[in-house]
Design a binder for this molecule. Structure first.
Ligand code: HEM
Length: 174
């Protein structure tokens, strides 16, 4: 049996990795823009569209995760590596769920349907006070930093396998 991940898993992995990193950079940059910048209106809209695409991807990733019984560890992986990999992954799933949920609730927190680029409509789930939206903004911000720390650990782990242990952990995802 090939230990390579399926094409669907590899595609979901790389597209969502790209989305998470792009969302972090765009989110960090957009809140620093001043009103007269041409990106002041467009970038938050792009951030939200990207976030909704990630929400859809994440839904499929979680479904696949719940259905999959396959274990991708090999004899070469030490117990400490299995433990770290499993918990970084679990925390990662949780943090992305927090990011997309708070992001959606902030974006639609005024209680009205949000229209993006004059076409895409995002229905509001509830109406929140300004203080509640601020709190969710803080959660969104700090969770994004935590997420980037985990992304860094995840990348360092993959590079260690590839360059130091010289095993095929990274190659299986490419
Ligand atoms: C993993 C996914 C995401 C990442 C990494 C991310 C990252 C960020 C970052 C770094 C900021 C700037 C925070 C600050 O400094 O105040 C931000 C702001 C924002 N994000 Fe996201 N985001 C994600 C998903 C989403 C989603 C799914 C939505 C909406 C559907 C969204 C909507 C927003 C909005 C409306 C703001 C502005 C908040 C404010 O001004 O306080 N984000 N995001």
């Amino acid at each position: 049996m090939s230990l390579k991940y399926s094409v669907a898993t590899r595609l979901l992995h790389w597209i969502s990795a790209l989305l998470v990193i792009t969302l972090f950079v765009s989110g960090w940059y957009m809140v620093q823009l001043d009103y007269y910048s041409t990106w002041y209106q467009k970038l938050p809209e792009l951030h939200i569209v990207g976030g909704v695409v990630l929400m859809i991807f994440w839904f499929f990733i979680l479904i696949r995760l719940l259905k999959s019984k396959r274990n991708h560890f090999t004899q070469l992986h030490k117990p400490i590596e299995r433990f770290a990999s499993l918990w970084v992954k679990r925390l990662f799933y949780l943090l992305v769920v927090i990011m997309v949920t708070t992001g959606y609730l902030i974006a639609t927190g005024q209680g009205e349907t949000l229209t993006l680029f004059e076409t895409l409509k995002l229905p509001a789930i509830s109406h929140f006070s300004a203080a509640q939206i601020d709190t969710m903004g803080l959660i969104h911000e700090f969770t994004s930093y935590l997420l980037m720390i985990l992304v860094t650990l995840h990348i360092l782990g993959a590079l260690k396998h590839h360059f130091i242990d010289k095993d095929d952990t990274l190659k299986r995802m490419i």
